[in-house]
Design a protein around this ligand. Sequence first.
Ligand code: FAD
Ligand code: UDP
Length: 412
Amino acid sequence: MAERYDALVVGAGFAGAVVAGELARRGGKKVLLLERRDHVGGNAYDRKDRFGVLIHQYGPHIFHTNDQRVFDYLSQYTAWNGYQHRVAANLPDEGGSPAQRMQYPVPFNLTSLEAAFGPEEGKRLGDKLIAAYGAEKKVTILELRQNSDPEIAALADYVYDHVFVRYTMKQWGQKPEDIDPNTTARVPIFLSRDDRYFQDKYQGLPTDGYTPIFEKILAHPGITVETSCDALKRLKLENGKVLLDGEVFDGPVIYTGQADELFSFRFGPLPYRTLDFEFETWVDRAMAQPLPQSCVAMSEGGDFYQSHGTVNYTVDRPYTRITEFKRMTLQELPGVTTIVKEFSKPYSAAPGEIPYYAIINPENNALYAQYRAEADRYPALHLLGRLAEYKYYNMDAIVSRALTLADKLLGE
Ligand code: FAD
Ligand code: UDP
């Protein structure tokens, strides 16, 4: 006879793994977790590439949070490397020759102002912004563009043109004013010298990577994980009941995949953006003769490709950003480094494409609400996670939501 489970979880990203772990550990439940990919970790999955460089297969992931519960929870499974994320905007230098480029911190801050306008003028403009908004304040680009002072308005236009409009066009195919304002608000103008990308109390990368966190959470006798398993081939939703392998499943079902797919796209597909990742490995010329296939030679004695963990190409280039993993993982590996370039495009559901970003707007939210209402007809079904909730959640928000759902399911 088939094994009986108390709970079914679909998806082994942070949402699914955390709920499964908590139901098993705190609740003593028997949990079946089905994951479509051939590994756990969802989009936070990392692994060593063939050169030994620890890479994030689905794009750079930097953990940051102010949520004590989330930090304490994850710290049971990992130590942190203390990395503080810093990002540089890289753009053509309008004052120099066409080949020259300049870099300054993003979020655009007092240091960026001085790099863009020169120390004196930059300082004067910075003082003016501080007088208008206050020191150490964060102002979104859309707010700054509302300012009627001609000098601040001109400055807002500069930042809009040099940091936001072309990056946002690449990432979303739309202008900043046409996308959800919360999206550009993630990277506000910061009236500070603090050049970190995030100001959260806790930030860093897990010392051994993200994947071991998932392996540890899921290594519990109460949890059965099946990878390379598309749950939708085994699930059926019928008359308010969830069926697994043809039998009514008697327990909570936590679904962390796409809401539209769960209901066979009956109201139409939810729009998403996807990414193409181009990985490149650079090897010190002196260390590798001949160069391994698919490697690019770096100058002799070179260990790194770029100055920052991430460099954003805010004006030109077809990709949005380049991330160099070693700068973030702090892995010590002389003479070799792997980078990734991100190219954004509309999600088309082609085989192998992954829906990375929900496109939040009133029309898409209304479409999502139809799927949500459908899900509400199944009392055992819980939609959880960045895909299932059609939201732009960071990892910490997902972990928090997963812990809260586990509390609820365990009656705590
Ligand atoms: P996912 O990680 O997407 O997991 C869902 C899982 O469900 C997947 O493994 C999927 O294969 C599986 N699944 C779906 N359908 C089925 C099915 N039918 N059957 C079986 N399995 C199924 N957050 C940060 O905090 N910091 C960052 O720096 C950061 N960087 C990011 C960079 C990129 C490029 C992206 C796309 C996201 C980034 N995030 C970052 C967000 C982070 O990835 C998410 O918050 C987190 O991964 C969400 O976890 P989740 O479990 O909801 O979803
Ligand atoms: N953004 C931008 N220029 C930048 C950085 C960000 O225009 O140099 C905008 C862009 O619209 C982007 C959004 O701010 O999608 C959020 O940026 P974030 O770095 O948080 O995006 P993520 O890491 O989630 O892709």
